[in-house]
Structure formats: C-alpha cells, structure tokens
Design a protein around this ligand. Structure first.
Ligand code: ADP
Ligand code: MG
Length: 537
C-alpha cells in the first residue's frame, strides 16, 4: 500500500503519493461492468450519482497539486478518447504503489522513471500483436465496441440498445459526426430514445402553436419550401412618427394604415418567394404570423442560432437580412416537416434534407440531470466507435491485454541484467491492477481470477479476460471489444503523469537541504488527515 511505513520504521507516508493513491482508491471501485456508482455531493447541495470516473473527478474538489496532475491526465483522456478515464487513474495509482515499493527496496527514483519509460515502450510495442482490425462501417464488431464503451452505465438491455442506437446514428451520417446532433430531453425513459433522419428544431422559444401546424393549408404541404430570415420581422415605425404623440385620430389612422400596408407587403413577399415554412432567427410580428398561417405558410420564430445555421446548410436556403430580399432563389427545400412533442418540448423535424444528410439522436432521461448524463455518455460512446473506425484497431477488453502485456514484461525482465529487471516486474504488476480491480469489483478473488487467466494465456488463449461475472472468459466470444487507443492512451498518460510525480518528488528531496533526505516531508498535508481533496457540502 502507498505510503506504508517501511521495515526500518523510519519512512513516513509520502504526501504526494498518498494524494494520488487516495484518488485512485476512490475511483477504482467504479471500474468495469460491475463497478459501483458514486454519489457526489456538490457545494450547493446538488447530488450526482454516477459511475463515470471522469465525471467524479470533475466534481471532486481536488486540492493537492499531485491530485490535480492526475485529474488533468484523466480529463485529457476523456476529451481525447472519450473513454478509459478510470483505467488511467487506476494505472496511475498502481504504478505509484509499485514505485513506492521499489523505492523502499532501495531503488533510486531515476532508475524507476527510466525503467517505467522503457517498460511502457516495450508494452506498447507488444500490444500490436493483440490487435485486430475493423474493415468496414458495417462490421458487426463496431456495435460490440459501442456496447463495451457504455457497459456498466445501465442494465444489460439498455446497454445493448444504446450501442445499436449509437452505431445506427453514426451510420446514418457515414461516420461524419459533424452532421450528427445529440439532443436530450427529460421526462422519458432511456429506451424511448430514437435516431431520426434529419434536423430537429426546438420550438421552445418560438410561439409557433400546434394549431398553426394543424391548420389545413399547412397540412397539405408535400415538399415544403424553406425560407429563412436572419432578422426581426416586424413593422418599423416611420421616423417622423417616433416623437409624435398619436392623439389625433387622423394621425392614428394614418399610422394604422401604414402598418397594415407594410404587413400586406411583407406577407405578399413571403408568399411570392414560394416559402411554405419560414424560419426567422428573431421574432415575427404577431399579426404577420397569423396572416402567414392563413396563407399556408408556417412561421417559426426565434430559431436557435446553431439550428438556424444547420437548417440553412441542410436545406440549401440562403438566409436573408430582410423579408424584402426573400425570393425563390433564396429558398431551399426538404422532403417533409413534421411536428413532434418530446417530453414537454415541441419540436419540428425536417426530414430528407437535400444538401446535407443529417441525423439527430433524440435521447431521453427521467430528470434533467439524467438526460444530461445520457447525452454525455452517448457522445463518449459515439466518439469511441468513430475512433475505432478511423484507427481500425481494437483489442479484447476485460483486462485481457494488460494481463498479456504483464506476462510479456515478466518474461522479458529475466533477461535484464541490472535492477531495471525489478522495475519491469513492478510495471507488469501495476498493469495487472486492471484485471485485479475488475475481479474485485465483480466480487471474485482477484488473485485466483488472475491466476486462472494467466494459465489460459499460457495455453495460447490470449483473449481471456475478466468476464462480467468476475470469472475468466474469452472476451472476443463475449463481444467485449474496445479500441486499442483507449488502453494505449490511458497507459501513455498514466506513465507520463507518474514519471512527472516521481521526478518532482525527487527534486524536492534533493533540493531541500542539498542531500537525499527521504525522511523529510512536508507534513502540512498529513495534518489535514492526508486527504488530497475536499468534497464541499
Ligand atoms: P473507464 O473509465 O476506464 O472506461 P469503465 O468503468 O468503463 O472505466 O471500465 C472499463 C473496463 O471495463 C475496461 O477494462 C473494459 O474492458 C471493461 N469492460 C467493459 N465491459 C465489460 C464486460 N461486459 N465484461 C468485462 N469487462 C468489461
Ligand atoms: Mg469506459
């Protein structure tokens, strides 16, 4: 264990290593399909229940600088790969634990750092032999990869459904995620989530009413023509009227006549352009809206900026700055516009966009928090699946690869004449933290499970890892597959942060009084009970 008193009883817990170790301890229990959830209590009393390592780390207020380094590594892993954050933190904890043991065996931090770097390079070289390839977008194994990325977040049926949903969304946009929109709405079950072809527009801020949509003249549109106005649609007051008090009836009726004329002009212009659906980025004068509906034009006001831009691209319409500029040339088209109520939100779905094939994943969750979480997990799952196709390589999951690499390093280490041999062995033991933790979390004995897995590997079955029941299982047969990059980048980040921590520690020790003073540490941290972070209440 990190920071334990050594045999001679003189070594004290190292605050830096304790900080990282505690963080790893907290996160460790969430690893894998049987990982437990954590309840994180935010400063304002908000409670979040999640199984996602990156989310937990994001929410914990980490105060120790070393804890912060680990946090940065995990966050970087999450944003670059979208998965493997818990793995990163577990590896950091295990590598530091082994480093502490090596140090108490008398190895200098520099020897450990150099050995770790060499061991990591060797491990990554060896990893290639366990890689397999995905050849096409239609490879069934992509669905298994998507599924593995979300394992442990929900029950098995939801995981399965979710993996398929993510994959079909990706296939709908030919794996070009810039054409895919993720939206989540509270007030529904996860299984009600669907992938729609096209663009979904929120009517939340629009006063477009359901009655307008069901108006007979609007219902008859087959292939709606889309007009877009990037400005307010209303009646500008004539300049000379601004300061005049409209007391006199002649003045008032002159003004009303002007308003009426202007409205008629605006409506005529819209109708002339052929637009049957009019998206306006700002508001539309109420009387104009009503009149447009009468003329068979569906007005949609206050369209969100991002959606407005997407609609323009997908339908091929050119937004104009004033209704007077709206002509047939500036309009675009879609196959259909339909209304859909999702939870408490009204939306319009534009299907069959001619200019850009788009898809929208409509995700559902019970509460706003769950809906958000669902969207985040979906985004990660989609990232991971896309990365696999870009990169082509995947490996069996469940700790099969780290076990195989640990065995490779153990075999190689016997040929190393100097003390680096011990570092290689320590590095291998640290890699085994992944299968050991998966077994512990699934409730089986980690040592027995690991021994069982290694025996099967020795017999040539290198895809054996920890099954979801905690027992050795063939991961390829079980469909537990993950992109190589999830593990390789987790390992690279973990080694980078560990060597950084070990190096910093080394400098502190030798510069404090110019000699190696392994017994002198900054005790301020231990005085706070050694906790590297505080969770605010
Ligand atoms: P991370 O944040 O590192 O992605 P996870 O909680 O997602 O952490 O756990 C990932 C680990 O769980 C990986 O080692 C992966 O191979 C393993 N895993 C995922 N699904 C399964 C499964 N069905 N059976 C066994 N192991 C699994
Ligand atoms: Mg994961």
């Amino acid at each position: 264990m990190l920071g334990e008193t050594t045999d001679d009883g003189t070594d004290e817990p190292d605050p830096a290593l304790t900080a990282a170790g505690k963080l790893a301890d907290t996160i460790r229990t969430t690893l894998g399909p049987s990982g437990l959830d954590k309840m994180v209590v935010g400063e304002n009393g908000t409670v979040i229940v999640t199984n996602d390592g990156s989310k937990i780390i994001e929410w914990i207020d980490i105060t120790h600088p070393v804890g912060r380094l680990v946090e940065q590594a995990a966050t970087a892993q999450d944003s670059a790969v979208g998965d493997g954050t818990t793995t990163t933190v577990v590896l950091v904890g295990a590598l530091l634990e082994e480093a502490a043991a090596l140090r108490s065996d008398g190895l200098h931090p520099t020897t450990i750092i150099d050995g770790y770097v060499r061991a990591a390079e060797t491990a990554l070289d060896h990893l290639e032999q366990y890689e397999r390839s995905v050849y096409s977008r239609h490879d069934d194994r992509l669905a298994q990869i998507a599924k593995t990325a979300v394992t442990g977040r929900w029950d098995d049926t939801s995981t399965e459904r979710f993996g398929e949903l993510a994959l079909s969304a990706l296939q709908a946009v030919e794996f070009d995620t810039s054409r895919l929109t993720l939206k989540s709405y509270p007030g529904g079950e996860l299984r009600e989530s669907v992938c729609l072809d096209g663009v979904v527009v929120d009517l939340e801020t629009s006063s477009t009413s359901l009655e307008a949509l069901s108006h007979p003249s609007i219902q008859t549109h087959d292939e709606p023509t889309i007009g877009m106005v990037d400005a307010e649609i209303g009646i500008e007051e004539p300049n000379h009227m601004e300061s005049v008090e409209l007391q006199d009836t002649t003045q008032r009726s002159a003004f009303q006549a002007h308003e009426q004329d202007r409205r008629t002009e605006l409506i005529a212009q819209v109708v002339q352009s052929g637009a049957t659906v009019l998206f306006c980025q700002k508001s539309i004068d109420e009387a104009v809206r009503t009149a447009l509906v009468q003329r068979g034009v569906l007005p949609v006001e206050r369209t969100r900026r991002d959606e407005f831009d997407v609609i323009a691209r997908a339908t091929g319409s050119t937004p104009v700055m004033a209704v007077d500029e709206l002509t047939a040339d500036t309009t675009g088209t879609v196959a259909s516009v339909t209304e859909r109520t999702v939870g408490t939100s009204q939306t319009l779905t534009l299907q069959g966009c001619p200019e850009e094939q788009r898809a929208t994943l409509l995700l559902r969750g019970g509460t706003p928090h769950v809906a958000d979480e669902v969207r985040r997990i979906a985004a990660d799952c989609i990232d991971v699946t896309r990365v696999t196709l870009d990169d082509g390589a995947f490996v069996p999951g469940g700790g099969a690869v780290p076990t195989a690499l640990a065995m490779d390093l153990a075999a190689l280490s016997s040929g190393i004449p100097d003390r680096t041999q011990l570092v290689f062995e320590g590095f291998g033991t640290a890699l085994e933290a992944i299968p050991r933790t998966l077994a512990t979390n699934a409730g089986t004995d980690p040592l027995n499970t690991l021994t069982g897995i290694k025996q099967r590997h020795d017999a040539g079955a290198e895809a054996i890892g920890v099954g979801s029941d905690g027992h050795p299982r063939d991961m390829i047969a079980a469909g537990v597959l993950e992109p190589s990059t999830v593990f390789t980048s987790a390992l690279q980040r973990a080694v980078a942060v560990v060597t950084q921590i070990l190096r910093v520690d080394d400098i502190v020790r030798t510069t404090e009084d110019g000699r190696s003073t392994t017994n002198e540490h900054d005790h301020t941290h231990a005085a706070r009970g050694g906790y590297p972070w505080a969770v605010g209440h």
